[in-house]
Write a protein that binds this ligand. Structure first.
Ligand code: ADP
Length: 331
């Protein structure tokens, strides 16, 4: 396995001194984050119906609920629930949903000093309809997420001290590419979700690419269904510059591949009720355990447990397990 040095202690005093001189940046805040995320924050608006409406039809919904969501916020929440030090670079609207998302992140222990509020667009929302069979239809209006600029990413990351950088693809690609310029000397994990094209200029900066089965097939044309197909799929991604590919395979666990070969990591058996957010739980946990100094294999094993436990409760952020719950299954 190619060794990626993780040094949570790389917060040198000299860098700290420099940070102390940046206007508006407090040492207390910056000392907190070990994982920095660049990603999305949405409010999920959920209505249940017996069946989906046809075009032009109006239906009576059964209930309405709001849930904080967005891959960036979900993954940051997963880390906060594990007791990790985490900061999120994101953009929400200057509106009540934006306020609620920030409050909810703070309640989970996430440093929100880089969650920006912008009055030029509303907070991103996902309009979700769930029918009696449990199927869903989702329309996402990204709103303020699409306004997160490379310059703002620069302002948020350049003073920050962190050992692991985690990003997804729900904010503008140019901002993710810009964030990747902070990968040097750190571990950069890219969760390529939702599935979209990723240029080699970004892939070649990635230490761990973490696609699920759908995203892996989108990127390579190969569905990773067993060890052989995981290796074939990884070969394509490694040839594009990624250092390690870490596939998430639902109840089959995960598979790590790099230039020296591959290894399957089984997950634990759980009573699954809702798989929403399992990938986010896994990604947040993997980043957190790497930043905490765990060996790669142990970080993957623990991330599998976090992903599995997150499926035993409803919702995305509400289902993220605590460290205690994880360790009770990790013995
Ligand atoms: P996504 O939500 O992005 O599709 P996955 O479904 O692959 O991601 O789930 C992420 C991780 O969560 C898996 O690698 C696995 O460790 C764990 N997981 C997901 N579903 C289950 C399940 N039904 N049973 C046990 N573990 C699961």
């Amino acid at each position: 396995m190619s060794s990626v040095l993780i040094d949570p202690g790389q917060t040198a005093n000299t860098a700290k001194d420099e940070i102390a001189n940046i206007p508006g940046v407090s040492l207390e805040t910056m000392d907190r984050a070990q994982v920095m995320l660049v990603g999305s924050a949405n409010m999920d608006l959920v209505v249940r119906t017996h069946h989906f409406p046809l075009p032009g039809e109006t239906l009576q919904g059964i209930g309405f609920q709001t849930f904080p969501g967005g891959k960036g916020a979900n993954q940051a929440t997963a880390i906060g629930r594990l007791g990790g030090r985490v900061g999120l670079v994101a953009k929400v609207g200057a509106d009540p949903f934006g306020d609620q998302l920030i409050d909810s992140l703070q309640l989970s222990g996430v440093d929100t000093s880089s969650v920006l509020q912008d009055s030029a667009a509303p907070t991103g929302v996902a309009l979700i309809t769930v029918d009696d069979s449990g199927q869903n239809m989702i329309v996402v209006a990204p709103g303020a997420n699409s306004l997160l600029t490379p310059k703002e990413v620069d302002q948020s990351l350049s003073g920050a001290q962190f050992s692991v950088l985690l990003a997804q693809l729900e904010v503008p690609l140019e901002s993710v590419i810009y964030a990747a310029s902070f990968a040097e000397g750190r571990v950069f994990i890219l969760n390529p979700a939702p599935a979209r094209e990723v240029p080699n200029e970004l892939l070649c900066r990635v230490d761990y690419l973490t696609p699920n089965e759908t995203e892996a097939r989108f990127l390579t044309g190969i569905l990773p269904s067993d060890d052989a197909t995981c290796l074939a799929c990884a070969e394509v991604l490694l040839s594009r510059g990624v250092r390690n590919v870490l596939f998430t395979l639902g109840p089959r666990g995960s598979f790590l591949a790099n230039e020296t070969g591959g290894r399957h990591f089984p997950t634990i058996d759980v009573a699954t009720v809702d798989t929403t957010g399992a990938g986010d739980a896994f990604n947040g946990a993997f980043a957190h355990f790497l930043a905490s100094g765990e060996a790669i294999e142990r970080a993957i094993t623990l991330a599998n447990i976090v992903g599995a436990l997150s499926t035993t409760k409803n919702g995305a952020q509400a289902s993220m397990p605590t460290l205690e719950e994880v360790l009770s299954r990790a013995l």
